[in-house]
Design a protein around this ligand. Structure first.
Ligand code: 0O2
Length: 207
């Protein structure tokens, strides 16, 4: 078998991811049944490959060990939830906050506080208590999950900006940075309008 930075703990990562994902998906079904609205439009998840994690350890000048990968760097398990409306992002954050077996280790609201380049998303890193051993020798170990929550508009912007970052033959970077920021701000304004429209529809239909 190929060597992995995660060592024997690799086997637990998909199980932890599946269990956590199922809980969010179940909540989505419940909310849809109750209100007629879904909480999110798209849900995606991944385990960071051993190669990417090893590169990240090198970048951060950490030894390439299971402990660095699972305890220092905390995005071995990653989930991205793309919502139709900004309010739904905050609803999902509250649902996650109320899970009994999970505590929030890092919380960054790049929606209220957009990055200077215009990037918007809500980031959480949660620490989950599990029935699996961890690399610190705990029988019932804990594992981190990084969760990124975004609207559809924020997700489109982030995907395109991410692609463009890797193009190094850019002739007018200052202008491109400015245009990207302007585009992000315009999309944020559209998100606000969409939210207002939904609120108006809900008020007028007495939901
Ligand atoms: P990848 O390959 O996506 O996993 P850290 O994870 O600790 O190194 P930081 O900056 O403290 O990084 O965390 P932060 O700000 O929460 O960002 C983590 C992830 O958010 C990034 O992962 C990106 O996926 C995304 N992100 C953050 N800022 C931007 C941005 O300006 N544009 C885009 N498109 N995405 C962003 P990584 O670590 O870059 O790698």
């Amino acid at each position: 078998m190929e060597k992995t930075i995660y060592g024997p703990y690799l086997a637990y990562l998909p199980l932890i991811l599946e269990d956590f994902s199922n809980r969010i998906k179940q909540k989505n079904k419940e909310v849809k049944a109750e209100t007629g609205y879904k909480l999110y439009e798209h849900f995606s998840a991944r385990i960071k490959t051993s190669k990417s994690m090893t590169e990240k350890c090198h970048r951060k000048e950490l030894p390439a060990t299971a402990q660095s990968a699972l305890k220092e760097i905390r995005d071995s398990i990653g989930i991205r939830i793309v919502c139709g409306f900004v309010d739904d992002i905050y609803k999902i954050v509250e649902i996650i906050r109320n899970f009994d077996d999970c505590s929030i280790a890092v919380e960054k609201d790049y929606i209220q506080n957009a990055k200077p380049n215009g990037y918007r998303s809500y980031h959480l890193i949660v620490e989950l208590s599990t029935d699996f051993p961890d690399c610190l020798g705990n029988e019932r170990g804990s594992y981190f999950i990084e969760i990124q929550l975004r609207t559809i508009a924020q997700d489109s912007w982030a995907s395109l900006e991410h692609q463009m970052k890797y193009k190094h033959d850019i002739k007018n970077p200052k202008r491109i940075v400015r245009e990207l920021k302007r585009c992000a701000d315009e999309l944020a304004s559209c998100d606000l309008t969409m939210q207002t429209i939904r609120n108006l529809i809900q008020e007028s239909s007495g939901d």
